[in-house]
Design a protein around this ligand. Structure first.
Ligand code: GAL
Length: 427
């Protein structure tokens, strides 16, 4: 089953989800406050255009409130944190953690909890009164064994198809496709007019596309079943969806793939490509760095076959075990969990706030629609593969390896088999 509306947004049941901490007296209960708390090192991958602006806004607010703490912005560039995660893993293994690091809510965080990398933050939730401020299903995604391990700053949506209205108009296309079959028909038209139907970037963007072709072809329930072992990767419907993926990719510029998500979107902006499948950080980039107007300069719809479904992911921040400046890190986490912090960060980042009590008036154009959809009781919620919600790190890593081969050899059966075997080996 997809995450239920009630599960993700309902309030009042949160307390039942986790036991009260034995001690909830604040920083020192956690061993925090030791050492020099006059600086804080925060690790993320929000370095590039469309990523850094929101972070900088939150840092400015943090610095204003904590003028005695020097902020060390330890960012490692690269979309979806592909480079950052490698650097971070080395640091965590070497017991040289930053004071706080970015991690996705869901199985990605669960992997770090199991590895013993992050502290229990339940006491902070108690102290800040956060238990009732985040949706229940999101709290579930950051809870293991009744304990809360990170502070979510936002909700992003993965299943979005971005386009430039002028390009569609020029190609005689009345509206973006509602199914992947319709996409393939449009793609043939676009090809005949020398327009790339779909721009693509590095491996993680190919995985991001894969999850959304699977979602559109299989529907929310079956998509969710792919990640909990209840849907067979080698069943005819999944094989057919994977085969659609190879066809979609066949109309992309895979051979000259962009180096990251921003240059892939640039091709949509300049009209050389018609569509790009990307999360809503694209909104931050297009209206921010590119200074484009929503609806005229750029527009967006749900990826084909996924109208009414929110393929979600959430960025959160942790307190690593052995963080050198725990007291300062705690203050950063308070900033991340605050309404002020979230309402400064999210409007620029292209995400909606994780908190349920944020100031709606700050979310306009695309984000107003996103917030309404996120809060609509009819919306079905599923979790992203490429951004850490549904698969643990070990399985996700094996999917990456298999996908690298799959996009080249397009051998559907071999890929399905590799993913199914990797699930069994890592569940
Ligand atoms: C995601 C992350 C987003 C955005 C995106 C592109 O994994 O959750 O906040 O940064 O990568 O880098």
């Amino acid at each position: 089953m997809p995450y239920s509306r009630r599960g993700v947004l309902a309030l009042g049941m949160t307390a039942a989800l986790f036991a009260l901490p034995a001690c909830s007296s604040g920083a020192n209960s956690n061993g925090g406050g030791s050492g020099n708390d006059k600086e804080v090192e925060v690790f993320s991958w929000w370095v590039g255009a469309g990523e850094k602006e929101g972070l900088e806004a939150m840092i400015a607010d943090f610095t204003k409130k904590n003028s005695d703490i020097k902020f060390n912005n330890a960012g490692v560039a690269g979309g979806a944190g592909t480079n950052a995660k490698t650097v971070l893993a080395t640091r965590l293994q070497a017991k040289n953690p930053p004071d706080s690091y970015q991690v996705h809510a869901g199985k990605e965080l669960a992997s770090d909890i199991e590895a013993g990398y992050v502290e229990d933050l339940t006491y902070l939730y108690e102290r800040e009164g956060w238990k009732e401020k985040f949706p229940k299903g999101l709290v579930e995604a950051i809870t293991v064994g009744g304990k809360l391990y990170s502070v979510p700053v936002n909700i992003h949506r993965s299943n979005l198809l971005w386009f430039n209205p002028a390009t569609l108009q020029k190609a005689g296309i009345a509206a973006p496709p509602k199914t992947w079959a319709e996409f393939l028909t449009q793609a043939a038209t676009l090809k005949s007019k020398n327009v790339t139907a779909l721009s693509i970037g590095p491996g993680w963007t190919q995985k991001h596309l894969l999850e959304n072709v699977l979602l559109g072809e299989l529907g929310a329930d079956m998509y969710t079943g792919l990640w909990d072992g209840s849907v067979d990767w080698k069943s005819p419907k999944v094989i057919a969806a994977l085969s659609t993926y190879t066809k979609v990719l066949g109309f992309s510029d895979l051979k000259s793939a962009a180096a990251d998500w921003q240059p892939a979107l640039d091709k949509v902006v300049d009209g050389s490509a018609a569509y790009n499948v990307m999360g809503d950080w694209a909104d931050g980039y297009l209206k921010g760095a590119k200074a484009l107007k929503f609806k005229t300069g750029y527009d967006v719809v749900a990826t084909p076959g996924s109208t009414g479904v929110y393929n979600f992911l959430s960025d959160s921040f942790t307190l690593p075990v052995g963080a050198p400046h725990k007291g300062a890190a705690e203050k950063w986490l308070v900033e991340c969990g605050s309404t002020e912090g979230q309402d400064l960060f999210n409007p620029q980042k292209g995400s909606v706030p994780a908190r349920i009590d944020a100031d709606k008036s700050k979310y306009t154009d695309y984000l107003a629609a996103a917030l309404a959809e996120w809060q609509n009781p009819q919306t079905k919620i599923v979790g992203s593969l490429a951004h850490g919600v549904v698969a643990n790190n070990a399985w996700n890593g094996e999917i990456d390896t298999a996908l690298q081969i799959f996009v080249q050899d397009t051998n559907v059966g071999k890929f399905a088999d590799a993913v199914a075997k990797a699930y069994q080996a890592n569940k």
